[in-house]
Design a protein around this ligand. Structure first.
Ligand SMILES: [Cu+2]
Length: 402
């Protein structure tokens, strides 16, 4: 009998903040428009952009040329500036652009976009997962049923994650991304002989570095398409020797799902596609997480984790996009085992009860900060995104970003 926790609620919210360094690589397509306090735009509303363009005192010279915008729009996709808005007097958008509320994937998708040369981006995400109950395959198992086979049954688990991300693009085709997760986990248990107890762990998770390499960037006035390759490496920075005290006062090694990382170097190859039309956008991402350094010092490694997701989004206004996303995951059992854990006591300590699969459906919203926010008037922008699922099936996936 497998015993796998089921995720019933998961929430993600985040803020993406771009700080665009003033290098020549994009100075020509990212003047501090909209928020700058030019005489024609005393309230920083951006409504007098046509005046800016004519006056142009604050803008680099190249920004005055419409044709240069048409070409740079295409080449510099991840642009957080307010340059391209609905009703922009400059005319049609050419090709794929990030400068719209649905120009980024739903918040749960990492590494969805690349940047133009010289751009930096800082992001913060908060994720909450509440998991409840046990499953054997896709069949729910009552706690009593689990206690028939094990002296201890996990009943529910919560995980919170704060994720700090930094992106930098040395060239238009190559973007580098670092992600640092900070994780809080808590798991409740029932004891066969009566009683309950809770274990907790927290700390830094597995830090990852990802190279995003753009291989397709095409489009015209009616929309565009982009594809990039993702090549990530996850480092074993998350603890796998976490301990806590249980009901009888003993301090024990926590079972696998309560550890903070994989304990191994993992490779995460994948690819991402994003497409756009006037009011719609869509995309997909597939990736796999593969341990590449053999067993960890505790004597095991995770199984491979396969993830595929696809989404569609509608631009409702120039600041709001609504999305629907599905994600399919499949993950294998562990190789080896941690000898400090006894899988006969609690199913979460069994390396052969780790595998599973899961389908999630998420609804989400992206908010794009108005271009007139004064703090962002120097060529920076921000957006807030959140998503929550409307349904799910089985889980048990190791709860570390992959
Ligand atoms: Cu970014």
């Amino acid at each position: 009998m497998t015993s796998i926790t089921r995720i019933t609620i998961s929430l993600a919210a985040g803020i993406l903040l771009a700080a665009l360094a003033a290098t020549p690589a994009f100075a020509d397509d990212d003047p501090p428009r909209g928020g700058d306090s030019s005489p024609g735009d005393p309230f920083g509303t951006g409504v007098s952009e046509a005046d800016d363009r004519d006056g142009g005192a604050d803008a680099p010279p190249a920004a005055d040329d419409e044709s240069s915008h048409a070409s740079t729009d295409r080449g510099h996709g991840h642009d957080h500036s307010p340059r391209i808005e609905l009703g922009d007097p400059r005319g049609p958008i050419v090709g794929w652009t990030a400068a719209r509320p649905d120009g980024h994937a739903p918040i749960g998708v990492m590494a969805d976009h690349t940047h133009a040369a010289g751009e930096w981006m800082l992001s913060y995400r908060y994720m909450l997962m509440l998991m409840d109950g046990n499953r054997d395959g896709s069949h729910r198992q009552g706690d009593g049923r689990v206690l028939n086979d094990f002296p201890v049954a996990p009943t529910d688990m919560s995980m919170q994650m704060h994720m700090i991300g930094v992106m930098y693009a040395p060239t238009d085709d190559l973007t580098l991304m670092a992600m640092v997760p900070i994780v809080y986990k808590s798991m409740d248990h029932d004891i066969r002989t009566g009683g309950r107890f809770t274990t907790e762990s927290d700390g830094i998770g597995d830090v990852s570095l990802t190279a995003l390499y753009k291989v397709l960037d095409s489009g015209d006035e009616s929309g565009g398409h982009r594809i990039h390759l993702n090549l990530g490496i996850s480092f074993p920075t998350g603890g796998i020797g976490e301990k806590d005290t249980i009901f009888n006062g003993a301090t024990i090694r926590l079972p696998y799902p309560m550890q903070l990382g994989s304990g191994t170097f993992d490779m995460i190859p994948g690819f991402t596609y994003m497409g756009e039309s006037d009011d719609w956008s869509w995309g997909g991402q597939a990736k796999v997480r593969i341990p590449i350094s053999g067993h960890s010092r505790r004597g095991y490694s995770w199984g491979e984790i396969y993830t595929a997701t696809a989404w569609g989004a509608r631009r409702v206004t120039d600041w709001l996009g609504l999305s629907l996303r599905a994600e399919l995951s499949y993950w294998e059992n562990f190789s080896g085992r941690d000898r400090a854990l006894n899988g006969a006591v609690v199913p979460t300590a069994d390396p052969d009860r780790r595998a599973g699969k899961r389908l999630d459906v998420f609804v989400g919203a992206n908010f794009k900060a108005p271009s007139s926010v004064p703090d962002y008037s120097r060529g920076t922008g921000s957006r807030w995104r959140w998503a929550c699922p409307s349904g799910s099936t089985t889980t048990g996936r190791p709860s570390t970003p992959s």
